[in-house]
Ligand binder design. Sequence first.
Ligand code: ATP
Ligand code: MG
Length: 427
Amino acid sequence: MLQAIRGMNDVLPEEAALWRSFSATVEAWLERSGYRAIRMPLVENTALFRRAIGEATDIVEKEMYSWRDELNAEELTLRPEGTASCVRAAIEHSLLYDGPKRLWYGGPMYRHERPQKGRYREFYQYGAEAFGFPGPEVDAELIVMCARLWPELGLNARPGGIRLELNTIGSADERARHRADLVSHLRAHEGRLDADAKRRLHTNPLRVLDSKNPAVQEVAAKAPPLMGYLGEASLAHFEGLKKLLAAAGVEFALNPRLVRGLDYYNLTVFEWVSDALGAQGTVCGGGRYDGLFAQLGGKPAPGVGFAMGCERLVALIRESGNAPAAARPDAYVIHQGEGTLECAFAIADALRSAGHAVVLHAGGGSFKSQMKKADASGAWAALIVGEDELRAGEISVKALRRTEDQRRIGRGRVVEEFAATMQRIKA
Ligand code: ATP
Ligand code: MG
Protein backbone atom coordinates (compact mmCIF):
# COMPACT_ATOMS: atom_id res chain seq x y z
CA MET A 1 0.00 0.00 0.00
CA LEU A 2 1.28 3.46 -0.85
CA GLN A 3 1.40 5.73 2.17
CA ALA A 4 1.87 9.42 2.81
CA ILE A 5 5.46 10.70 2.83
CA ARG A 6 7.07 10.42 6.27
CA GLY A 7 6.66 13.65 8.21
CA MET A 8 3.82 14.86 5.99
CA ASN A 9 0.36 14.68 7.49
CA ASP A 10 -3.16 14.04 6.33
CA VAL A 11 -5.59 16.18 8.29
CA LEU A 12 -8.75 14.10 8.62
CA PRO A 13 -12.20 15.75 8.68
CA GLU A 14 -12.57 15.87 12.48
CA GLU A 15 -9.18 17.55 12.83
CA ALA A 16 -9.73 19.71 9.74
CA ALA A 17 -12.69 21.37 11.47
CA LEU A 18 -10.37 22.50 14.27
CA TRP A 19 -7.83 23.72 11.70
CA ARG A 20 -10.48 25.76 9.91
CA SER A 21 -11.64 27.50 13.05
CA PHE A 22 -7.98 28.09 14.04
CA SER A 23 -7.30 29.65 10.62
CA ALA A 24 -10.42 31.78 10.74
CA THR A 25 -9.43 33.20 14.15
CA VAL A 26 -5.81 33.85 13.16
CA GLU A 27 -6.64 35.43 9.80
CA ALA A 28 -9.32 37.70 11.27
CA TRP A 29 -6.87 38.76 14.00
CA LEU A 30 -4.14 39.56 11.44
CA GLU A 31 -6.50 41.64 9.31
CA ARG A 32 -7.88 43.41 12.39
CA SER A 33 -4.31 44.29 13.36
CA GLY A 34 -3.70 46.08 10.06
CA TYR A 35 -1.79 43.35 8.21
CA ARG A 36 -2.74 42.54 4.61
CA ALA A 37 -2.58 39.16 2.95
CA ILE A 38 0.11 38.26 0.43
CA ARG A 39 0.73 34.90 -1.26
CA MET A 40 4.05 33.64 -2.49
CA PRO A 41 4.88 30.47 -4.46
CA LEU A 42 5.82 27.25 -2.66
CA VAL A 43 8.90 26.94 -4.88
CA GLU A 44 11.69 29.50 -5.21
CA ASN A 45 15.22 29.62 -6.55
CA THR A 46 17.54 27.79 -4.17
CA ALA A 47 19.83 30.83 -4.18
CA LEU A 48 17.14 32.90 -2.44
CA PHE A 49 17.20 30.77 0.70
CA ARG A 50 20.96 30.29 0.67
CA ARG A 51 21.46 34.02 0.56
CA ALA A 52 18.68 35.00 2.98
CA ILE A 53 18.89 32.30 5.63
CA GLY A 54 22.66 31.80 5.53
CA GLU A 55 24.93 28.89 4.61
CA ALA A 56 25.82 27.93 8.18
CA THR A 57 22.28 27.32 9.42
CA ASP A 58 20.37 24.10 10.08
CA ILE A 59 17.96 24.89 7.27
CA VAL A 60 20.50 25.48 4.51
CA GLU A 61 23.01 22.90 5.74
CA LYS A 62 20.64 19.95 5.90
CA GLU A 63 16.92 20.70 5.81
CA MET A 64 16.07 21.97 2.34
CA TYR A 65 14.22 20.02 -0.34
CA SER A 66 16.22 21.16 -3.33
CA TRP A 67 16.45 19.77 -6.83
CA ARG A 68 17.53 20.68 -10.29
CA ASP A 69 14.74 21.24 -12.81
CA GLU A 70 16.44 19.85 -15.88
CA LEU A 71 13.77 21.17 -18.23
CA ASN A 72 14.64 24.76 -17.37
CA ALA A 73 18.15 24.21 -15.96
CA GLU A 74 17.09 25.83 -12.67
CA GLU A 75 18.05 25.05 -9.08
CA LEU A 76 14.80 25.02 -7.10
CA THR A 77 13.76 24.57 -3.46
CA LEU A 78 10.48 23.94 -1.66
CA ARG A 79 10.23 26.92 0.68
CA PRO A 80 11.45 26.13 4.22
CA GLU A 81 10.07 29.43 5.59
CA GLY A 82 8.26 32.51 4.35
CA THR A 83 10.30 35.60 5.20
CA ALA A 84 12.82 35.23 2.36
CA SER A 85 10.03 34.86 -0.23
CA CYS A 86 8.06 37.73 1.25
CA VAL A 87 11.06 40.09 1.09
CA ARG A 88 11.84 38.85 -2.42
CA ALA A 89 8.26 39.64 -3.49
CA ALA A 90 8.38 43.09 -1.86
CA ILE A 91 11.59 43.92 -3.75
CA GLU A 92 10.41 42.42 -7.05
CA HIS A 93 7.11 44.36 -7.03
CA SER A 94 8.46 47.55 -5.38
CA LEU A 95 5.88 47.18 -2.62
CA LEU A 96 7.53 49.84 -0.49
CA TYR A 97 7.43 52.58 -3.15
CA ASP A 98 4.60 54.38 -1.35
CA GLY A 99 5.64 53.68 2.21
CA PRO A 100 6.00 50.88 4.73
CA LYS A 101 3.89 47.74 4.53
CA ARG A 102 2.42 45.26 6.97
CA LEU A 103 1.88 41.83 5.39
CA TRP A 104 0.78 38.33 6.41
CA TYR A 105 0.82 34.93 4.76
CA GLY A 106 0.00 31.37 5.69
CA GLY A 107 0.70 27.99 4.19
CA PRO A 108 2.91 24.92 4.15
CA MET A 109 6.68 24.99 4.65
CA TYR A 110 9.09 22.12 3.95
CA ARG A 111 12.11 21.01 5.95
CA HIS A 112 13.89 17.67 5.78
CA GLU A 113 14.05 17.15 9.57
CA ARG A 114 13.71 14.02 11.67
CA PRO A 115 9.92 13.67 12.10
CA GLN A 116 8.67 13.57 15.71
CA LYS A 117 5.87 15.10 17.75
CA GLY A 118 5.62 18.76 16.75
CA ARG A 119 8.31 18.44 14.09
CA TYR A 120 7.25 17.54 10.57
CA ARG A 121 8.64 17.71 7.05
CA GLU A 122 5.58 19.53 5.78
CA PHE A 123 4.20 21.93 8.34
CA TYR A 124 2.08 25.07 8.29
CA GLN A 125 2.99 28.55 9.41
CA TYR A 126 1.29 31.90 9.64
CA GLY A 127 3.76 34.71 9.24
CA ALA A 128 3.49 38.46 9.69
CA GLU A 129 6.11 40.85 8.35
CA ALA A 130 6.36 44.62 8.76
CA PHE A 131 8.61 46.27 6.14
CA GLY A 132 9.98 49.79 6.37
CA PHE A 133 9.51 50.51 10.08
CA PRO A 134 12.82 51.17 11.90
CA GLY A 135 11.50 51.84 15.41
CA PRO A 136 10.77 49.46 18.27
CA GLU A 137 7.04 50.22 18.22
CA VAL A 138 6.45 47.67 15.46
CA ASP A 139 8.52 45.02 17.28
CA ALA A 140 6.24 45.70 20.25
CA GLU A 141 3.11 45.67 18.09
CA LEU A 142 3.91 42.20 16.73
CA ILE A 143 4.68 40.80 20.17
CA VAL A 144 1.60 42.31 21.82
CA MET A 145 -0.55 41.01 18.95
CA CYS A 146 0.59 37.48 19.80
CA ALA A 147 -0.07 38.02 23.50
CA ARG A 148 -3.68 38.89 22.63
CA LEU A 149 -4.09 36.00 20.18
CA TRP A 150 -3.35 33.17 22.62
CA PRO A 151 -6.42 33.73 24.83
CA GLU A 152 -8.55 34.20 21.70
CA LEU A 153 -7.48 30.68 20.70
CA GLY A 154 -8.50 29.40 24.12
CA LEU A 155 -4.88 29.19 25.32
CA ASN A 156 -3.63 30.60 28.58
CA ALA A 157 -1.13 33.38 28.41
CA ARG A 158 0.37 32.60 31.84
CA PRO A 159 0.93 30.84 34.18
CA GLY A 160 1.54 27.43 32.71
CA GLY A 161 0.57 28.71 29.30
CA ILE A 162 2.59 30.36 26.57
CA ARG A 163 5.47 32.48 27.78
CA LEU A 164 7.60 35.07 26.01
CA GLU A 165 11.39 34.85 25.76
CA LEU A 166 13.12 37.95 24.53
CA ASN A 167 16.64 38.96 23.58
CA THR A 168 18.52 41.50 21.52
CA ILE A 169 21.44 40.46 19.34
CA GLY A 170 22.55 43.95 18.31
CA SER A 171 23.95 44.90 14.92
CA ALA A 172 26.27 42.91 12.66
CA ASP A 173 29.21 45.11 13.75
CA GLU A 174 28.46 44.57 17.42
CA ARG A 175 28.17 40.83 16.88
CA ALA A 176 31.49 40.79 15.01
CA ARG A 177 33.24 42.42 17.99
CA HIS A 178 31.56 39.97 20.38
CA ARG A 179 32.41 37.06 18.12
CA ALA A 180 36.15 37.31 18.66
CA ASP A 181 35.78 37.09 22.44
CA LEU A 182 33.12 34.39 22.19
CA VAL A 183 35.34 32.22 20.00
CA SER A 184 38.31 32.49 22.35
CA HIS A 185 36.06 31.55 25.30
CA LEU A 186 34.69 28.53 23.41
CA ARG A 187 38.23 27.54 22.29
CA ALA A 188 39.37 27.60 25.90
CA HIS A 189 36.69 24.97 26.67
CA GLU A 190 36.80 23.11 23.37
CA GLY A 191 37.11 19.75 25.13
CA ARG A 192 33.56 20.08 26.47
CA LEU A 193 31.97 20.97 23.14
CA ASP A 194 30.19 18.37 21.01
CA ALA A 195 30.83 17.86 17.30
CA ASP A 196 28.06 20.27 16.30
CA ALA A 197 29.38 23.02 18.53
CA LYS A 198 32.96 22.47 17.33
CA ARG A 199 31.86 22.85 13.74
CA ARG A 200 29.85 25.97 14.60
CA LEU A 201 32.83 27.42 16.41
CA HIS A 202 34.20 28.17 12.94
CA THR A 203 31.03 28.70 10.91
CA ASN A 204 28.49 30.33 13.25
CA PRO A 205 29.76 30.57 16.85
CA LEU A 206 26.69 32.48 18.08
CA ARG A 207 24.62 29.37 17.36
CA VAL A 208 26.67 27.44 19.94
CA LEU A 209 24.82 29.52 22.52
CA ASP A 210 21.46 27.90 21.78
CA SER A 211 22.76 24.33 21.79
CA LYS A 212 20.43 21.90 23.56
CA ASN A 213 23.32 19.78 24.90
CA PRO A 214 23.69 20.40 28.69
CA ALA A 215 27.51 20.19 28.60
CA VAL A 216 27.67 22.77 25.82
CA GLN A 217 25.09 24.89 27.63
CA GLU A 218 27.34 25.01 30.67
CA VAL A 219 30.19 26.40 28.59
CA ALA A 220 27.80 28.78 26.82
CA ALA A 221 26.45 30.11 30.12
CA LYS A 222 29.89 31.46 31.04
CA ALA A 223 30.52 33.05 27.65
CA PRO A 224 30.87 36.85 27.52
CA PRO A 225 27.31 38.19 27.13
CA LEU A 226 26.56 39.86 23.80
CA MET A 227 24.63 42.55 25.67
CA GLY A 228 27.96 43.95 26.88
CA TYR A 229 28.99 44.74 23.29
CA LEU A 230 25.89 46.69 22.28
CA GLY A 231 26.16 50.39 21.49
CA GLU A 232 23.80 53.19 22.39
CA ALA A 233 21.43 52.84 19.44
CA SER A 234 20.92 49.09 19.95
CA LEU A 235 20.35 49.53 23.67
CA ALA A 236 17.88 52.37 23.05
CA HIS A 237 15.91 50.17 20.63
CA PHE A 238 15.70 47.43 23.23
CA GLU A 239 14.70 49.88 25.99
CA GLY A 240 11.98 51.31 23.73
CA LEU A 241 10.59 47.86 23.10
CA LYS A 242 10.64 46.87 26.78
CA LYS A 243 8.83 50.07 27.73
CA LEU A 244 5.98 49.38 25.30
CA LEU A 245 5.70 45.76 26.45
CA ALA A 246 5.50 46.92 30.06
CA ALA A 247 2.80 49.47 29.16
CA ALA A 248 0.80 46.68 27.51
CA GLY A 249 1.28 44.42 30.54
CA VAL A 250 3.14 41.78 28.51
CA GLU A 251 5.65 39.90 30.64
CA PHE A 252 8.81 38.36 29.27
CA ALA A 253 11.92 36.52 30.37
CA LEU A 254 15.22 37.86 29.10
CA ASN A 255 17.06 34.93 27.51
CA PRO A 256 20.62 35.94 26.53
CA ARG A 257 21.12 32.55 24.82
CA LEU A 258 18.21 33.12 22.44
CA VAL A 259 19.83 33.82 19.05
CA ARG A 260 17.38 32.08 16.64
CA GLY A 261 18.39 29.67 13.92
CA LEU A 262 18.51 32.00 10.95
CA ASP A 263 21.31 34.39 10.01
CA TYR A 264 19.24 37.38 8.99
CA TYR A 265 18.21 38.62 12.42
CA ASN A 266 19.49 41.72 14.23
CA LEU A 267 18.40 43.57 17.38
CA THR A 268 15.12 42.07 18.62
CA VAL A 269 14.65 38.29 18.70
CA PHE A 270 11.81 36.54 20.52
CA GLU A 271 10.10 33.21 20.95
CA TRP A 272 6.77 32.19 22.45
CA VAL A 273 7.20 28.91 24.28
CA SER A 274 4.81 26.40 25.84
CA ASP A 275 5.85 23.76 28.35
CA ALA A 276 2.88 21.58 27.44
CA LEU A 277 4.35 20.26 24.19
CA GLY A 278 7.49 18.48 25.33
CA ALA A 279 10.73 19.17 23.47
CA GLN A 280 9.07 21.05 20.58
CA GLY A 281 7.69 23.86 22.71
CA THR A 282 8.29 26.94 20.58
CA VAL A 283 5.01 27.93 18.97
CA CYS A 284 6.11 31.24 17.47
CA GLY A 285 9.44 32.88 16.73
CA GLY A 286 10.47 36.15 15.24
CA GLY A 287 12.65 39.17 15.22
CA ARG A 288 14.10 42.06 13.30
CA TYR A 289 16.03 41.67 10.05
CA ASP A 290 17.09 45.15 8.94
CA GLY A 291 19.80 43.86 6.60
CA LEU A 292 17.75 41.41 4.58
CA PHE A 293 16.42 43.74 1.86
CA ALA A 294 19.94 44.86 0.95
CA GLN A 295 21.24 41.30 1.26
CA LEU A 296 18.70 40.21 -1.38
CA GLY A 297 19.64 43.05 -3.71
CA GLY A 298 16.87 45.47 -2.79
CA LYS A 299 16.94 49.04 -1.59
CA PRO A 300 17.80 48.86 2.12
CA ALA A 301 14.68 48.75 4.31
CA PRO A 302 14.15 47.59 7.87
CA GLY A 303 12.02 44.52 8.54
CA VAL A 304 10.56 42.72 11.51
CA GLY A 305 8.22 39.76 11.75
CA PHE A 306 7.28 36.41 13.23
CA ALA A 307 6.18 32.96 12.11
CA MET A 308 3.98 30.68 14.17
CA GLY A 309 3.86 26.91 13.90
CA CYS A 310 0.26 25.88 13.26
CA GLU A 311 0.60 22.15 14.13
CA ARG A 312 1.98 23.01 17.57
CA LEU A 313 -0.75 25.58 18.25
CA VAL A 314 -3.51 23.28 17.01
CA ALA A 315 -2.12 20.52 19.27
CA LEU A 316 -2.21 22.92 22.23
CA ILE A 317 -5.80 23.90 21.48
CA ARG A 318 -6.81 20.25 21.24
CA GLU A 319 -5.08 19.41 24.52
CA SER A 320 -6.61 22.45 26.26
CA GLY A 321 -10.08 21.01 25.68
CA ASN A 322 -11.17 24.36 24.24
CA ALA A 323 -11.55 23.08 20.70
CA PRO A 324 -14.79 24.44 19.21
CA ALA A 325 -17.62 21.94 18.74
CA ALA A 326 -17.94 20.46 15.25
CA ALA A 327 -20.35 22.35 13.00
CA ARG A 328 -23.72 20.61 12.51
CA PRO A 329 -25.68 20.52 9.28
CA ASP A 330 -29.05 22.25 9.60
CA ALA A 331 -30.93 19.49 7.85
CA TYR A 332 -30.56 15.91 6.65
CA VAL A 333 -33.05 15.19 3.88
CA ILE A 334 -34.59 11.72 3.80
CA HIS A 335 -36.60 10.40 0.86
CA GLN A 336 -38.40 7.17 0.22
CA GLY A 337 -40.83 6.10 -2.47
CA GLU A 338 -41.64 6.72 -6.09
CA GLY A 339 -40.82 10.27 -7.22
CA THR A 340 -39.51 11.45 -3.83
CA LEU A 341 -35.84 11.71 -4.82
CA GLU A 342 -36.54 14.53 -7.32
CA CYS A 343 -38.52 16.41 -4.68
CA ALA A 344 -35.83 15.90 -1.99
CA PHE A 345 -33.16 16.98 -4.45
CA ALA A 346 -35.02 20.23 -5.23
CA ILE A 347 -35.61 20.98 -1.55
CA ALA A 348 -31.96 20.46 -0.61
CA ASP A 349 -30.97 22.68 -3.52
CA ALA A 350 -33.38 25.48 -2.52
CA LEU A 351 -32.38 25.39 1.17
CA ARG A 352 -28.66 25.49 0.33
CA SER A 353 -29.23 28.48 -1.93
CA ALA A 354 -31.00 30.13 1.02
CA GLY A 355 -27.84 29.61 3.12
CA HIS A 356 -28.62 26.46 5.07
CA ALA A 357 -26.22 23.54 5.50
CA VAL A 358 -28.01 20.55 4.07
CA VAL A 359 -27.04 16.90 3.59
CA LEU A 360 -29.12 14.95 1.09
CA HIS A 361 -29.36 11.25 1.77
CA ALA A 362 -27.80 9.15 -0.97
CA GLY A 363 -27.63 5.43 -1.49
CA GLY A 364 -31.19 4.27 -0.70
CA GLY A 365 -32.04 2.18 2.36
CA SER A 366 -35.08 1.82 4.58
CA PHE A 367 -36.73 4.77 6.29
CA LYS A 368 -35.35 3.56 9.60
CA SER A 369 -31.77 3.31 8.37
CA GLN A 370 -32.00 6.75 6.76
CA MET A 371 -33.28 8.16 10.05
CA LYS A 372 -30.26 6.65 11.82
CA LYS A 373 -27.94 8.32 9.32
CA ALA A 374 -29.74 11.63 9.86
CA ASP A 375 -29.13 11.34 13.58
CA ALA A 376 -25.48 10.32 13.15
CA SER A 377 -24.87 13.30 10.85
CA GLY A 378 -25.42 15.58 13.84
CA ALA A 379 -28.05 17.57 11.92
CA TRP A 380 -30.48 19.78 13.81
CA ALA A 381 -33.45 18.41 11.90
CA ALA A 382 -34.47 15.64 9.54
CA LEU A 383 -36.59 16.65 6.55
CA ILE A 384 -38.71 13.75 5.36
CA VAL A 385 -40.12 13.32 1.87
CA GLY A 386 -42.26 10.17 1.69
CA GLU A 387 -45.02 9.22 -0.74
CA ASP A 388 -47.56 10.60 1.72
CA GLU A 389 -45.83 13.97 1.89
CA LEU A 390 -45.40 14.01 -1.89
CA ARG A 391 -49.15 13.53 -2.44
CA ALA A 392 -50.00 16.27 0.10
CA GLY A 393 -47.46 18.75 -1.31
CA GLU A 394 -45.77 18.88 2.09
CA ILE A 395 -42.58 17.88 3.91
CA SER A 396 -42.23 16.51 7.43
CA VAL A 397 -39.78 18.18 9.78
CA LYS A 398 -38.42 16.28 12.76
CA ALA A 399 -36.21 18.05 15.29
CA LEU A 400 -33.30 15.76 16.17
CA ARG A 401 -31.66 17.63 19.07
CA ARG A 402 -34.74 18.28 21.21
CA THR A 403 -38.10 16.66 21.85
CA GLU A 404 -40.73 18.25 19.72
CA ASP A 405 -43.61 16.83 17.71
CA GLN A 406 -42.94 16.13 14.07
CA ARG A 407 -44.54 18.84 11.92
CA ARG A 408 -45.56 19.27 8.34
CA ILE A 409 -44.70 22.31 6.27
CA GLY A 410 -46.04 23.25 2.85
CA ARG A 411 -43.68 22.57 0.00
CA GLY A 412 -44.25 25.97 -1.60
CA ARG A 413 -43.13 27.73 1.60
CA VAL A 414 -40.34 25.38 2.61
CA VAL A 415 -37.59 28.04 2.57
CA GLU A 416 -39.47 30.50 4.81
CA GLU A 417 -40.86 27.85 7.13
CA PHE A 418 -37.58 26.03 7.53
CA ALA A 419 -35.77 29.27 8.42
CA ALA A 420 -38.33 29.92 11.17
CA THR A 421 -38.04 26.32 12.39
CA MET A 422 -34.25 26.58 12.57
CA GLN A 423 -34.44 29.78 14.60
CA ARG A 424 -36.70 28.06 17.10
CA ILE A 425 -34.72 24.81 17.29
CA LYS A 426 -31.30 26.46 17.68
CA ALA A 427 -32.49 28.97 20.28
P1 ATP B 1 12.81 24.82 16.18
O1 ATP B 1 13.79 25.41 17.13
O2 ATP B 1 11.64 24.18 16.85
O3 ATP B 1 13.46 23.94 15.14
P2 ATP B 1 12.94 26.98 14.30
O4 ATP B 1 13.70 28.03 14.98
O5 ATP B 1 13.60 26.11 13.30
O6 ATP B 1 12.18 26.06 15.39
P3 ATP B 1 11.39 28.90 12.81
O7 ATP B 1 12.13 28.76 11.56
O8 ATP B 1 11.58 30.09 13.64
O9 ATP B 1 11.60 27.59 13.69
O10 ATP B 1 9.83 28.71 12.55
C1 ATP B 1 8.82 29.31 13.35
C2 ATP B 1 7.93 28.28 13.99
O11 ATP B 1 7.53 27.29 13.06
C3 ATP B 1 8.59 27.48 15.10
O12 ATP B 1 8.57 28.19 16.29
C4 ATP B 1 7.71 26.26 15.16
O13 ATP B 1 6.52 26.54 15.89
C5 ATP B 1 7.35 26.05 13.73
N1 ATP B 1 8.21 25.00 13.13
C6 ATP B 1 9.49 25.11 12.71
N2 ATP B 1 9.92 23.94 12.20
C7 ATP B 1 8.88 23.07 12.31
C8 ATP B 1 8.70 21.70 11.93
N3 ATP B 1 9.66 21.00 11.33
N4 ATP B 1 7.49 21.12 12.20
C9 ATP B 1 6.50 21.82 12.78
N5 ATP B 1 6.62 23.11 13.14
C10 ATP B 1 7.79 23.74 12.90
MG1 MG C 1 14.43 24.19 13.26
